[in-house]
Design a protein around this ligand. Structure first.
Ligand SMILES: [Zn+2]
Length: 361
């Protein structure tokens, strides 16, 4: 009898352990909006910054983005976030109600932020510029690409042309699409051909940075053709327009990106490869200042630039909506993303812990 109980207990324990490791997520998609402030994500457009833009032709700015009610205002800017994600996923970083997310690197600009997201640790010693230097740190995408189940099923579509260096595509073997170059492939789709034509026919206001619409729609064609298991979309316009003091363009980019994410989610939930087994994670690389001049800037002179946010949506994530307490960090994304796939990501450096509320117990 005793033996029987013991066996039963063992079985139960093993079963529980197995159940803890098993997740529904088989694919993950990471999305970043460069330098997108948590203030607009959670509060919508700022009326005082909008007034700085009265010289602009975009006179509809107030009509498009201003609402007296906070919930309506943020939904006007991020409709997908404040409908689907707020009701089915999780949003971290609304400091006004007590949820804080910060970076741990002390640089407060892009490359160090993306390094922290993608490796799970800050590296202030070696990553302290945005120069095109191949990243000495191994990253999470590289880790996935080294696993047989993910080999050549990992891709990054990025607007900023420093990403091949951040991801170190030479060493990692991860496919990285970037910059103002037509897509090359032996079987281009009609949409890819059209985008290639447009790319070679439009002015590029952002220099070497590819406009985010190209990054998104090229990436969607790639997803449909290649069915990657891990995909990274890195959007950039929000940062460029903020640096230029163009609040209207910054808001418009934020809203387009929200729509891109909504289109991506509709596709995911309509395709049997992805439906109910894909998690999306959305975040940014750094924050920006809080006042009428500071919002344009980030870096070590802007202390609020440590403040960021995350969103999660997928089959393993309890629908907690807007998180109201706690402190989370940028270095937790990498291990959490792996844990969603049932994997334990580690590195030579200590990495941030899994965000426990993201994965159903
Ligand atoms: Zn940035």
């Amino acid at each position: 009898m005793k033996n029987y109980v013991f066996t039963l207990l063992l079985f139960a324990t093993a079963h529980t352990l197995f159940a803890q490791q098993k997740t529904k997520t088989e694919n993950v998609i990471l999305i970043t909006l460069d330098g997108m402030r948590w203030q607009e994500v959670f509060n919508g457009a700022d009326s005082s910054f909008m007034r700085q833009q009265q010289h602009l032709k975009d006179g509809n700015l107030k009509v498009k983005y201003w609402r007296n009610d906070l919930n309506e205002r943020r939904k006007a800017l991020f409709p997908f976030f404040w409908s689907t994600i707020a009701s089915q996923g999780q949003l971290y970083g609304n400091r006004a109600i007590g949820s804080k997310v910060d970076i741990t690197n002390n640089q407060l600009f892009s490359y160090p932020g993306y390094n922290e997201i993608l490796t799970g640790h800050a590296d202030n010693e070696r990553i302290h510029s945005n120069d095109k230097i191949y990243n000495p740190n191994k990253n999470l995408l590289e880790y996935f690409n080294s696993l047989p189940a993910f080999k050549n099923k990992v891709a990054a579509f990025t607007s900023w042309d420093v990403f091949p260096y951040i991801i170190n595509d030479k060493r990692s073997g991860v496919f990285v699409s970037t910059g103002w170059e037509p897509i090359k492939d032996t079987n281009l789709t009609d949409r890819e051909k059209m985008m290639n034509q447009l790319l070679q026919s439009l002015p590029n206001p952002l220099g070497d940075v590819r406009l985010d619409a190209f990054t998104f729609y090229y990436g969607m064609e790639y997803i449909k053709k290649n069915k990657p298991r891990v995909m990274y979309f890195a959007f950039d316009e929000t940062d460029d327009f903020a640096h230029g003091g163009e609040y209207a363009a910054y808001l418009n980019s934020a809203k387009y990106t929200d729509r891109f994410i909504g289109e991506l989610w509709s596709y995911i939930q309509s395709d049997p490869t992805y439906k109910n087994k894909t998690t999306i994670i959305i975040t940014c690389d750094h924050g920006r200042g809080a006042d009428a001049e500071g919002w344009k800037h980030h870096g070590q002179k802007i202390p609020e630039a440590t403040q960021i946010w995350f969103a999660f949506l997928g089959p393993d994530t309890p629908a907690l909506g807007e998180i109201k307490t706690g402190q989370a960090y940028q270095n937790q994304i990498a291990k959490t993303m792996a844990a969603l796939l049932g994997l334990n990501y580690t590195s030579e450096q200590p990495v941030g812990e899994v965000l426990s509320d993201v994965i159903k117990k």
